[in-house]
Design a protein around this ligand. Sequence first.
Ligand code: XMP
Length: 517
Amino acid sequence: MTNQLCIVLDFGGQYNQLIARRVRECGVYCEIKKFDTPIEEIKALNPAGIIFTGGPNSVYDETSPHISKEIFELGIPVLGICYGCQLMAYTLGGTVSTCVTSEYGKTEIKSDSSCAVFKGVPEQNTVWMSHTDYISQIPEGFSITATSKDCPCAAMACPEKKLYAVQFHPEVTHSEYGKEILRNFLFEVCDFTGDWKMDNFIEETVAKLREKIGDKKVVLGLSGGVDSSVAAGLLSRAVGKQLTCVFVDQGLMRKDEGDFVEETFTRLFDMNFVRVNCQKQFLEKLKGVTDPEQKRKIIGTEFYKVFWDKVREEAEGGFFAQGTIYPDRIESGKGNASGKGSTATIKTHHNMVEMPKDITFDGIIEPLGDLFKDEVRQVGEKLGIPHELVWRQPFPGPGLGVRIIGEITEEKVKILQEADAVFRDEIKKSGIESELKQFFAVLPDVKTVGVMGDHRTYDHLIAIRAVTTDDFMTADWARIPYDVLAKVSNRLCNEVEHVNRVVYDITSKPPGTVEWE
Ligand code: XMP
């Protein structure tokens, strides 16, 4: 079965992935395409609805992304958002002007509930605006369906042609009825059936994987992170023992994490699970190395060396699978200085690993390539992967290697693992875990003087880090209550050997980063 498709045409705005995610949350399969995708290609995809995103530009700017009038003549419903709204007006003969007062932030609008997209939305409601241009004259055949104090056209529509446009951003949560407005467009205007469900996704993907793989083998590098774990779960359901997961444990994971990953995958899934324990080998390579970038490089290089060696030994041939997800593959529609977005960069493929020349596969399989992170998590839950793993915090590839400042030794790894486990345990017990996006301990390789009983001590300092953030591009340090900090500090000094002092990192990002190295 093929799902009905909604296309989000990307004009380079900042909320483009968010629009697609919101559409998918409504049970409608949605793909993001660049604004200059040829009309023929769009027609061939047969979408039941198209959404134009916002963009950073003015429609009169020559380098701005534009679109051919033809798109409005296909009979496919279109919803224009922000720049997309202005572009619809401009392309169809309306006028766009610069605002006397640009609108930014929460804004009251008056909308017309007899317009399909405002069905069930109270006349007076709050939306999120962010624009300096506005539609001063709507195109022929359109009517104004919402206004605000400073914007005579906060929304417009031409129901006969199924064209709708809103100056505000229904996709952000600050728009009080944004979800309803998107739902109305999808279900009242486009007649989507809402056939995009994760249960169907699992069934269909498993069937497709079986057909593609046949009786061949598949190898997957398992890191214990969300994406590779869910990919492993799906592949195991599809082809069982034909799948080999290679799990390289470099000895720089959190306390007991390697065992947890092994226990989980061998208990839950039918597959060949190969764990390579190589802490000694890694520590040997890292001996005497203190420079953060060099440490990262060594850990990365060594990781793939071990991984490919194991693949040669255990699982050469067949297919190579990886946990790439949709945001890794999306091309941005952002324009560039020289023209109309023709050289927009493709996001770095963080999952892509360079394959050694002597290893050949029949092909690459990316079973999660169409999913957003929250959908990957839903699939993981449905496959029975433990909550702890599916909702795991981000953990850097080089592991504790970038949380031990200076040279990495076995003893320091042990101290940090213990300290981190105590900190995590105390946060769990405190009931504030869900408020924190990421929290961990750091070993700054600093020794300080302390006193224990009658003895002077000279031992390690532990730093604790906890942040709140939406996207990790910026972050704030979490205001952990003092009594929780007090318990953490007490337990770290009393329970973790070689720790006699604790500090709390109160640096936001920027200027700091989340990790210390
Ligand atoms: P920074 O330290 O750059 O971290 O503020 C932002 C987020 O990225 C994670 N991080 C990494 N993740 N490999 C990864 O997969 C890495 O090398 C790496 N470095 C940082 C970090 O934990 C935080 O969530």
